[in-house]
Each structure stands twice: as structure tokens, then as C-alpha cells.
Design a protein around this ligand. Structure first.
Ligand code: PEP
Ligand code: MG
Length: 556
């Protein structure tokens, strides 16, 4: 029977498909003593699991190709290491179950690798992954990480970290549903980047049975479990009509009376560029460079690897701006070589610019790669720092850019309320501001963006957040400098009009949102946007602010 669940819709569209769960980390198997007559059977089970995982990893490597193939093939070799197999069999002969023997044999192999120096220590995470796959197979539980599937599916997870999602195959993921996460969580951002419908903060999502057919409405936040055929066709017809209404929208962003608002794309690397170009992005407003760093948490990518990625993105926008954010590690984007392991509150600790100032060599390499990447290309490179608190931070970043010989405009992200409140002082050091409304909401309302239970305070319509946006925009106008928004607030078409009314000069968002924002902006004048902004700021609650803005925009 059809039932309806309600969460927060964060990425438009409708997805209908079977549920596949994101496998969670495999727990340590219990240490139990097996009777001696079970030894041959357990040894056979262990050998079969080791072989099956090696075959699976090799096949995935062939599918993936490139660097990923080398990594997956190396992992397959680990599963087939004769010494490891012998150790597993010895442990079973001494009375361990197959899963416990695998777990313990990998632990001693792991200790050897970890002690063997930097390169081998870097392979420890790969080894853990192989171990988890073998143990999961022996326990009959889902593999950790992204599900293995040949069929397209709706991905269900407690939450998705950027590292979990790096291996997602966009052609197989119809949509996302997560139990945790607010509208600015990385699950939501990733869903928008992939252009797939998504609902977050859905209570009970992880209880949905594997394979159950669901219809996900990423606009309303509803998830229909076992939808009737009438409901399915109702949803797909409405989604198709919404898409068709956008078909006529193209060209640069502007209001109905011609006020220009460049519409830029948020990207995580060269792979996101084709969608951005296809959506008509006028450049890149936020290049989240940490995605280049997340596939190896032990060391930073080389200057050459960074250079190649930056150059590819810059070359794709010969007439546009490309705003590159230097590495934003920490909190939910941990990197072992930068992020302290023992912080009680990582989101309030050494993250973003703070960790780069503590590791100037990492910042220097990145800035050098950027300086080289922009040489001889017509795109306008702009570089900005995340998590800037005050003028002192802004100056430290500007000094680092100058020292690296960067021929680019440098700016800072406004993600901490102090930077919005003191925007004029911050602007004495840099050329532009870019508002990261996701973190700005998190720090204004003391509401962790990863926690579904506090999603209410992550709502970018909160009037206090709009006040901070207004503060920063007014300071930038007074200094005759640009002030964009690159947080998820920019992707909400109605809110985008309010932001323009507050004085925001450019909007950057996941490529899939650009047509929606462009079409809505084109229907309203700058004066209407201004009235909508005033009406929204006069409200006391997010829902009222939205309603007031909608009413102001509908009035002539
Ligand atoms: C933000 O905080 O709004 C932002 C754009 O940065 P990120 O989402 O990557 O933290
Ligand atoms: Mg941020």
C-alpha cells in the first residue's frame, strides 16, 4: 500500500526506482571459538570470500579505467596475497571463525604497512577497505560504501560524506534520500551538482527495505513508498511540465529591467564543467578544490596534478570569471595531513584558512599551481579563502597570494558572522566577498549543517541570515567591490531575487539550478527584488519571510 514520508526537498525533480542502501562500516566480528570439525568449512568460506572480492575489485577497475583502475587492481592483489591467505587459514585452524580470522590477519598486515613508512602507510586505507569488503561478504551484510548495482537506483543513506560519494556513478543514481543532513549538507550539494532529485532529513529513511520502489519528489520533500501507477504518472507529468517551462530560458542572468546578475556555477573539478557549460554558466563562482584532495587523505596532490585540473577548468571559460577557493579542509571534509585528530568541535576548530595558515607549504603549492595554470589563458582567475573571520585573516591570505606571485584578484568567503559584521574592514585587504550561506547559517544559528534535527536553522530564509547578507552587500557597495553568493541560498529561485534585492552582485550555484534562477530573475525587476528583500527582512520567521517575498514579487 502506498505511504507518504516527508523530509526536506533539496534538489528538484522526480525520481522513481528501487531503494539501495549505502553500506555502513563493517563492525568488528565477535571473537568466537569454532569446533574443530568446522575448520575446513570455515577455511573454504574464507578462501571463497577472498577470491570473490579480488575478482570484484578487478572487474570494477576495468570499468573505471585510469588511476582508479591501478588502485583497484592493487587492492585485488592485497586480497590475493599468499601470506595473508596462509595467515587467515592458520587462525581458523586455531579456532577462529572465518570473519574473525580475516579481521585479525588484516590487522597484523595493517600494522606492518603502517610502520613501513609514508608510501605504504598511504595504502592502509585501501587495505581497510579490502578487509571490510571480505568481512561484509562473510557476514552477508551490504558492502560498505556505494552499492554495487548494474540497475539505476534511489540511494538511501544516513548521510553522505564527500569521500563516500566520489565513486558514485551518476548514470546509476536516480535520486538521493538521507535520514540526516540539512538543506546545505554535502548530500544536498552533491545531489544538485549531479542534477538528481533529493530529499534530506527524512525520519525513518534508513528503515526502508532494500529494493522497495519509491518515488522521490525533490521539490516538495515527499517520498512515496510503493507508489500507485496513478501517483507515478501524476508526478512525472508535473515534473515534465516544470522542465518544459524552463526550456525558453537562456543567455546571461538579468532582471526583467536589464540589471545584470552574472550566473556562475559551483564545481568540484573538471568533471562538473560540461554540465556548467551546458547550463549556460557565465563562469565558475566556486571551485571547491578540496574534492581534488579527498581521494588521498594522507598527502596533498602534487603541484602538477593540481595544475592540470585548474587549467582544464580555466580553459573551459575563455570569456568568464573562474573563482577558485583554496583548500577548505576540516569538519566534514577531513584530511589526515591537515586536520587535527582530537578536536572536540571540528566545525569550530582548525579548518578552512586556519589549517592552511598552519601549513603554509600546502597553501603555497596550491597558489603556485593556480598561478601557473592561468598563464596565457584568457579566463579571469580569482582566488578566495574559506572561513575568514576578520581583517587579520584576510591580510594573511592576501599576503600569501602576493608572495606566490599570483596575477589574480583575491577575495574571501564570508561564512563566519564576524566577517559579515566587519565586512568593510575585511574589504580593506581584498577585492571581493563571496557569501557562503551554508556555513554562515551554521555559525549564526549554532546549528550543525550535518544534523537533520536542526535543519530548521539551516533554512536560508531565516531573517537573521538575510540581515548578515545585507550587511556584507552594503559594505561591498560602499567600497565599490563585488559581493556574490555561492552558498546554496543562491540556488533557490525566489531567494535569488531577494539576494539581488539586497545588493548581491553575482550568484553561483550547482549547474542544474541555473535555468530555474535565470527564468525567475528574468520575470522580476530590480525594484521588485528590492521590495521583496525589504519584506523578507521585516519577517520574524523563515516561512513568513518566504511568503512576504513571494507576495512582494507577485505584486506589480
Ligand atoms: C558555504 O559554506 O556556503 C559554502 C559555499 O562552502 P561549503 O558548502 O563548501 O562549505
Ligand atoms: Mg563553507
Amino acid at each position: 500500500m502506498e505511504t507518504t514520508l516527508r523530509g526536506v526537498g533539496v534538489s528538484h525533480g522526480v525520481a522513481i526506482g528501487g531503494v539501495r542502501h549505502m553500506g555502513t562500516a563493517v563492525l568488528e566480528p565477535a571473537a568466537r571459538q569454532i569446533p574443530s570439525e568446522e575448520v575446513p568449512r570455515e577455511q573454504r568460506r574464507a578462501r571463497q570470500a577472498l577470491d570473490a572480492v579480488a575478482v570484484d575489485l578487478t572487474a570494477r577497475g576495468r570499468l573505471a579505467g585510469g588511476d582508479a583502475q591501478a588502485v583497484l587492481e592493487a587492492q585485488a592483489l592485497m586480497a590475493q596475497d599468499p601470506e595473508l591467505t596462509a595467515d587467515v587459514e592458520r587462525r581458523i585452524a586455531a579456532g577462529s571463525s572465518a570473519e574473525r580470522a580475516v579481521y585479525d590477519a588484516f590487522a597484523s598486515y595493517r600494522a606492518l604497512l603502517a610502520a613501513a613508512g609514508e608510501y605504504l602507510a598511504g595504502r592502509v586505507a585501501d587495505l581497510d577497505d579490502v578487509r571490510d569488503r571480505i568481512v561484509a561478504r562473510l557476514l552477508g551484510v551490504p558492502m560498505p560504501g556505494v552499492p554495487d548495482s548494474d540497475e539505476p537506483y534511489v540511494l538511501v543513506a544516513r548521510d553522505l560524506a564527500p569521500a563516500d560519494t566520489a565513486l558514485l556513478d551518476p548514470s546509476l543514481v536516480l535520486g538521493f534520500v538521507t535520514e540526516e543532513g540539512g538543506p546545505t549538507s554535502h548530500s544536498a550539494i552533491l545531489a544538485r551538482a549531479l542534477g538528481v532529485p533529493a530529499v534530506v532529513a527524512l525520519p525513518g529513511a534508513t528503515d526502508l527495505a532494500e529494493g522497495t520502489v519509491v518515488a522521490v519528489d525533490g521539490g516538495s520533500g515527499e517520498v512515496f513508498v510503493a507508489p500507485s501507477s496513478t501517483k507515478r504518472s501524476e508526478l512525472t507529468t508535473a515534473a515534465a511540465a516544470r522542465k518544459a517551462a524552463l526550456a525558453g530560458s537562456s543567455g546571461p542572468g538579468r532582471t526583467a529591467d536589464g540589471h545584470r546578475v552574472p550566473l556562475l556555477a559551483n564545481v568540484g573539478g573538471p568533471a562538473d564543467v560540461p554540465a556548467a557549460v551546458a547550463a549556460g554558466a557565465e563562469g565558475v563562482g566556486l571551485f571547491r578544490t578540496e574534492f581534488l584532495f579527498l581521494d588521498d587523505s594522507v598527502r596533498a596532490p602534487s603541484e602538477e596534478k593540481q595544475f592540470a585540473a585548474y587549467r582544464e577548468v580555466l580553459a573551459a571559460f575563455p570569456e568568464g570569471r573562474v573563482v577558485v577557493r583554496v583548500l577548505d579542509a576540516g569538519a566534514d571534509k577531513r584530511l589526515d595531513f591537515l586536520t587535527p585528530a582530537d578536536e572536540p568541535n571540528p566545525a569550530l576548530g582548525v579548518r578552512g584558512l586556519r589549517s592552511l595558515l598552519a601549513h603554509p607549504d600546502v597553501l603555497r603549492t596550491q597558489l603556485r599551481a593556480l598561478a601557473r595554470a592561468s598563464e596565457g589563458l584568457p579566463a579571469r582567475l580569482e582566488v578566495m579563502a574559506p572561513m575568514v573571520a576578520d581583517r587579520q585573516d584576510a591580510k594573511a591570505f592576501a599576503d600569501a597570494c602576493r608572495a606566490a606571485g599570483l596575477a589574480a584578484e583575491f577575495g574571501v568567503m564570508v561564512e563566519i558572522p564576524s566577517a559579515a559584521l566587519r565586512a568593510r574592514s575585511v574589504l580593506r585587504e581584498v577585492g571581493f566577498l563571496s557569501l557562503g550561506t551554508n556555513d554562515l547559517a551554521q555559525y549564526t544559528f549554532a546549528a550543525d549543517r550535518q544534523v537533520g534535527a536542526v535543519a530548521r536553522w539551516q533554512d536560508p530564509w531565516q531573517p537573521a541570515l538575510l540581515d548578515l547578507v545585507a550587511f556584507a552587500a552594503e559594505a561591498a557597495m560602499a567600497e565599490d567591490k563585488g559581493c556574490g553568493v555561492c552558498g546554496e541560498a543562491a540556488a533557490d529561485p525566489l531567494l535569488a531575487c531577494v539576494l539581488v534585492g539586497l545588493g548581491i552582485s553575482s550568484l553561483s550555484m550547482g549547474a542544474a539550478s541555473i535555468p530555474y534562477v535565470r527564468a525567475t530573475l528574468a520575470r522580476h525587476t530590480l525594484a521588485q527584488c528590492g521590495r521583496a528583500a525589504t519584506a523578507a527582512r521585516a519577517a520574524d520567521r523563515a516561512a513568513d519571510a518566504r511568503q512576504a517575498a513571494q507576495a512582494a514579487l507577485s505584486a506589480a
